[in-house]
Design a protein. Structure first.
Length: 423
């Protein structure tokens, strides 16, 4: 047992109860100095959530999740991303009974029942080519964005690759965000399709990734995102522009920095996609600079505070995809989505250190294939969506705080029922 005898280690563990920390540090002196064991939220996957969809409906790339005031779970997906053999029922005449793409916007109750659905092109607004992100504002209205390009098939994976706005897929079509009632009635559009003039255009967006609301100020933070390299803020009731900023709080520009090099730091601009921007109760703005493998923290006015790097050898899609806060009053923990390494990472928000991780690659419950988005309900349960071939939403049930005994918890399968042979 490293430098310690088993007898000494056993006495230490009995006396202090810090087995996990002892094993990590590897010596009696370091274990004693470590103090009480660290606690972190614990979860288990609910393999039966949600319930099956009706009408032979199936999901495409699931690219957004949001929880409303009733603890209903909203997701958005890309109906056009289904493979040919997944949508035989949509051909004319139908080639088989199964299957049909579900409507793009779906609402579930806590039991996993589908209770509402809508979405698609309509009069008065520009529907996205490639859906991306869903959010519920403090008034209960539903916002969606998109990251599709002008010549991409409707609601495919357009924009998901790490590339610039003028790449092979052509200029961005999805330069807007849309506001609807919970029943799907159109209310407002900010930006116009195909009209972006770049990262300092305050009238249009370009591939917005995620929307977050700050109720006290009536402000809306948009991670904008796939074509632009900025956070931009609007009034969510009027749509009025407020401010925007790039990495380190500086003015953004659209110069292509070239491919990310493993281990790189101090990149002066966000690298597309800027994938999330969320605001804590203590007035900090956390921004996912996904492909730069970093998270930057700002004041609400865009003043830069700090940055933190995670798994900087992650190439391609990057390691910092999305963020959510724990539901305790202090928001002690930050949940970070890593859709390349297929993990949910639990961070201590004060130190910004990773306490533990869960998940692994795969398609079974508790595993991930391109885990993309995250949100947390009032009970502390986590909901995630998966894009690319994942195409699903999962629920992870909050089980309270528990000692951290490993840096990687693996697959959080539910604990088995007690054996009938046990007394």
């Amino acid at each position: 047992m490293n430098f310690c005898s088993r007898a000494v280690a056993a006495r230490l563990l009995i006396a202090t109860g810090i087995a996990g920390i002892f094993c990590e540090f590897g010596s009696v002196q370091e274990a004693r100095a470590a103090g009480p064991q660290t606690l972190a939220p614990r979860f288990e996957v609910d393999p039966l959530w949600p319930k099956p969809l009706p009408n032979h409906w199936i999901l495409g790339h699931a690219v957004g999740v949001a929880i409303d005031a009733q603890d209903h779970i909203w997701i958005v997906h890309r109906p056009g991303s289904l493979e040919k053999m997944e949508s035989y029922a949509e051909t004319n005449p139908p080639s088989a009974d199964c299957c049909i793409a579900a409507p793009p916007v779906l609402e579930f109750d806590q039991q996993g029942n589908l209770i509402n659905h809508w979405g698609g092109p309509g009069p008065g607004y520009d529907w996205p080519i490639s859906m991306h992100g869903i959010a519920i504002d403090p008034d209960g209205n539903v916002w969606i964005g998109g990251n599709g390009r002008g010549d991409a098939p409707a609601n495919t994976a357009a924009g998901d690759a790490n590339s610039t706005a003028s790449g092979a897929l052509g200029p961005y079509h999805d330069c807007m965000i849309l506001k609807f009632t919970p029943q799907g009635k159109f209310l407002m559009q900010i930006g116009k399709a195909g009209q972006s003039k770049g990262s300092n255009d305050v009238a249009n967006l370009r591939g917005p990734a995620k929307i977050w609301f700050d109720a006290p100020t009536k402000e809306m933070y948009v991670a904008d995102g796939y074509g632009n390299r900025r956070v931009i803020v609007f009034d969510y009731q009027t749509g009025k522009y407020k401010r925007h900023w790039g990495a380190y709080g500086k003015k953004p520009d659209d110069v292509d920095p070239g491919p990310y090099v493993a281990g790189s730091k101090n990149e002066p601009q966000f690298r597309t996609p800027v994938h999330c921007a969320i605001v804590s109760k203590d007035r900090l703005v956390y921004v996912c600079d996904r492909v730069n493998d970093r998270l930057q923290i700002f004041k609400p006015d865009g003043t830069f505070i700090s940055e933190h790097y995670y798994y900087t050898n992650t190439l391609g899609d990057g390691s910092v995809w999305d963020l959510a806060f724990s539901k305790d009053p202090e928001q002690r923990f930050l949940y970070m989505v890593d859709g390349a390494n297929e993990k949910i990472r639990i961070l201590d928000r004060k130190s910004m250190e990773i306490l533990t991780n869960f998940g692994d690659g795969g398609r079974q419950p508790g595993e991930f294939y391109a885990v993309h988005s995250i949100d947390v309900d009032s009970k502390g349960n986590i909901f995630t969506t998966e894009t690319y071939g994942g195409r699903r939403v999962q629920k992870f049930v909050y089980k309270g705080l528990a000692p951290v005994t490993t840096k990687d918890e693996g697959i959080l399968w539910p604990k088995t029922a007690k054996s009938p042979l046990e007394k």
